[in-house]
Design a protein around this ligand. Structure first.
Ligand code: PGA
Length: 253
């Protein structure tokens, strides 16, 4: 019905040589040992994308970027556009990661434009949402997520939604070792699916993969991925070790 996906977000880690080594290791393990049907995506730094694309030629592992600009080209020093990413073989792009929202002041309005720019190039968007610790403590998390989803995605067409994957990443669980319990995650995933269903209809909601992110490790992945509305994970720290990343992929049943 909908795809199971495990994506690795390498963030600002690994130089070119280190990236090439990790890509080669992941590619080899997936080729030799992978038996499940999850779609596997790795998102190295911009620096490594062009050579990653060559290293992944012929592999089932897909290549993603961690960000893109919403314009096609122009005077935006230091930025890269979706069409440039596509030109080196990128098929996926993370949009709206909480670190981009928090440290680079990316607003829902900007993220809506980035999602459209990526879709216009045929890239699949891994669209991230999630509440901070204080938002959860004050019981505001459903509202926060509703705003992030409606302002970031509700301008899209039903057809565009084929290129949207949502990642629920509670900010308090990212890189902290704190994981949302599978009940907490399932509750929010089901809520996100209901929002998509209200706006775009049940069929599209049923086909939209919703990933969980935030301190996913081999030992908590099985429980998280067993839940009805959790269709895989967006993995940070544990994606930097080929074995851990692959053990998380194996947790998809
Ligand atoms: P983490 O990061 O797995 O290190 O918590 C997840 C993410 O930020 O995507």
């Amino acid at each position: 019905m909908r795809k199971n996906i495990v994506a690795g977000n390498w963030k600002m880690n690994k130089n070119l040589t280190e990236s090439q080594a990790l890509i080669t290791e992941i590619r080899g393990i997936v080729r030799d040992e992978n038996t499940n049907k999850a779609e596997i995506i790795i998102c190295p730094t911009y620096l490594a994308l062009a050579s990653a694309s060559k290293l992944l030629d012929g592999s089932t592992v897909k290549l993603g970027a961690q960000n893109c600009h919403f314009e096609d080209n122009g005077a935006f020093t230091g930025e890269l556009s979706a069409s440039m990413l596509k030109s080196v073989g990128v098929s996926h792009v993370i949009v709206g990661h909480s670190e981009r929202r928090q440290y680079f002041n990316e607003t829902n309005e900007m993220l809506a434009k980035k999602a459209s720019a990526a879709i216009n190039q045929g890239l699949t968007v891994l669209f991230c949402v999630g509440e901070t610790q204080s938002e959860r403590e004050s019981g505001d998390h459903f509202n926060v997520i509703k705003n992030q989803i409606s302002e970031g995605l509700f301008h899209l067409t039903p057809k565009d939604m084929e290129l949207i994957v949502i990642a629920y990443e509670p900010v308090w669980a990212i890189g902290t070792g704190l994981t949302a319990s599978s009940d907490q995650a399932e509750e929010v995933h089901a809520y996100i699916r209901s929002l998509i269903s209200e706006k775009f209809g049940e069929t599209i909601a049923d086909h939209t993969s919703i990933l969980y992110g935030g301190s996913v490790k081999p030992d908590n992945a099985v429980e998280l991925f067993s839940r009805t509305n959790i269709d895989g994970g967006l993995i940070g720290g544990a994606a930097l070790k080929a074995r851990d990343f692959f053990d998380i992929i194996k947790a998809i049943k």
